[in-house]
Design a binder for this molecule. Structure first.
Ligand SMILES: Cc1cc2nc3c(=O)[nH]c(=O)nc-3n(C[C@H](O)[C@H](O)[C@H](O)COP(=O)(O)OP(=O)(O)OC[C@H]3O[C@@H](n4cnc5c(N)ncnc54)[C@H](O)[C@@H]3O)c2cc1C
Length: 459
């Protein structure tokens, strides 16, 4: 069976290695970081994530969904915190059994790596950083780093660390698959080699910072556990997801620059004043607010689009390496997992023509990744601004009402994206059509009502 070299053992890399290992391919998976099971997990990003139907489906196909979900906390809806500390709960779906799952990045990463290692034909090599790829010979150039040479977070944007001191390795496969995240070295090699390679990156004006609400003195959760908490403040917001240890991980999404922004909030006094004004109910729950704010990095939020995602039968890109999206639909990892399922299906569909399999995979996924990228940006506006409004809550109620009235015909966009596997592009199209029909219906009803009133009250 063919040998594949996989670069990057993040969430999608481990999962893809398991899928390809199951199909009998010989897999060498290289990861620049240390083994997350050694207790030194350096995610660099969100400590926990929302796992939903698409991601769960991918895990189910490997028989590991139940194991993973054992460590998850259901989030049944949004808990909106207004400035006065009032709470409004809005369920995600009319069916209370539909919820998203808060899951730790480290435990999920471990689960997929262990799933891959069940197959003797999969070998995982930590502390190996890919520095270049020869596309035509499907050869990866790697540097084996020591633990001390672990790349710093600040290096993640270049994908290349100063750890050149390590041993150089050249690994040839029949194909190299880049599962190495938003700042992919494999994609970098494609950009350099493929003349008309399309690439765009778009950074939001907002960055993010993670903060913590620790467990209460009894070890329990200090806010509603089974909800995704949102403090919407129009141009910015904070969210919090529950963790199994009784804590919450909060993420503040805020402008990098501006009169009130990360740039201007430097002193403890500034931080304290900003939080007291904007999130007064959260402050008493955050005893380490000032330390967290100072010590935790401020991350950036990028949308990356590129094409093609493959080169002949030699190279393919999967997950964030192909399509990084901003996190506001909670779908980046779910979509990356869906990539793995589709690539596996395509390889099975064209067992003797890998180039065709890669092309088919790209064809099936690209338009959906593009649609998700747009949905994710739009959802930032919805979360930070609209969730606070009565109109938004009324629209959600109308959505759920129509879904009940027209089962299988009307599906709210959030439901399609989160609780079904309808391709993202189809979901976006269908939601636009539904909105038009509802708008036309309401407009028609208003006209009809006006005519009736006009007849009943003449003059
Ligand atoms: C704040 C935030 C919150 C998020 N929340 C959610 C959520 O709730 N739900 C959701 O579905 N998604 C969420 N996402 C998106 C999700 O994190 C990503 O989509 C997902 O991690 C993509 O997986 P991946 O395996 O493609 O990339 P990554 O998880 O980034 O993994 C890439 C791996 O490649 C390794 N690597 C990189 N370069 C090299 C190299 N040169 N050589 C060797 N190895 C290399 C890295 O060390 C890493 O382990 C969130 C993202 C952010 C930033």
């Amino acid at each position: 069976m063919s040998k594949f070299v996989l670069i990057g053992s993040g969430l999608a890399g481990g999962l893809l290695a398991a899928y390809l290992g199951r199909r009998g391919y010989d897999i060498d998976l290289y990861e620049r970081r240390a083994d997350p099971r050694a207790g030194n997990f350096v995610g660099g990003r969100s400590i926990n994530l929302a796992l939903s139907t698409r991601g769960i489906h991918a895990l189910e196909q490997l028989g590991i969904a139940d194991d993973v979900l054992r460590y998850a906390i259901p989030m049944r809806g949004r808990m909106i915190h207004d400035k006065s500390g009032n709470l409004h709960f809005a369920p995600y779906d009319r069916d209370a059994n539909k919820f998203i799952n808060s899951i730790g990045r480290a435990s999920l990463n471990t689960a997929v790596i262990e799933a891959a290692q069940r197959y003797p034909n999969v070998r995982v090599h930590f502390n190996h950083q890919c520095t270049n790829v020869n596309l035509d010979s499907a050869t990866a150039h790697l540097i084996e780093s020591s633990l001390e040479a672990e790349p710093a977070l600040s290096d993640s944007r270049t994908g290349v660390s100063p750890a050149d001191a390590g041993r150089q390795i050249i690994q040839k496969g029949e194909a190299v698959i880049g599962v190495d995240g938003a700042f992919s070295a494999v994609r970098g090699a494609m950009q350099r080699r493929i003349e008309d390679f399309e690439y765009s990156e778009h950074y939001l004006a907002h960055g993010y910072k993670e903060l913590t609400i620790p467990p209460g003195s009894d070890g329990g959760w200090r806010m509603e556990k089974e909800a995704l908490h949102i403090w919407p403040r129009k141009s910015f917001m904070m969210i919090a997801l529950p963790n199994p240890d009784g804590s919450f991980t909060c993420t503040l999404f805020w402008e990098f620059e501006g009169p009130r922004s990360f740039a201007t909030t430097k002193t403890d006094d500034h931080v304290r004043r900003f939080f007291d004004e904007e999130f007064p109910d959260a402050v008493p729950l955050m005893p380490r607010l000032l330390e967290d704010f100072k010590e935790n990095p401020t991350g950036s939020l990028v949308t990356i689009r590129c094409a093609p995602w493959y080169y002949k039968d030699k190279i393919a890109l999967v997950g964030d390496a192909a399509h990084a999206v901003v996190p506001f639909y909670g779908q980046g990892m779910n979509a990356a997992f869906e990539d793995c399922v589709v690539l596996d299906e395509c390889l099975a569909g064209f067992p003797n023509d890998r180039g065709r399999a890669f092309a088919e995979y790209f064809e099936r996924r690209k338009k959906n990744a593009d649609a998700l990228a747009d949905l994710a940006v739009d959802n930032f506006i919805e979360m930070r601004d609209k969730t606070a409004s009565r109109t938004f809550r009324a629209k959600k109620k109308l959505d759920h009402f129509l879904e009940g009235l027209l089962p299988g015909i009307y599906l709210p966009l959030y439901t399609m994206v989160t609780f079904t596997r309808i391709p993202y592009a189809s979901a976006a199209r269908r939601a636009r059509a539904q909105d038009w029909i509802v708008f036309a219906g309401l407009f028609g009803a208003v006209i009809l009502l006006s005519i009736l009133l006009f007849r009943v009250i003449p003059g």
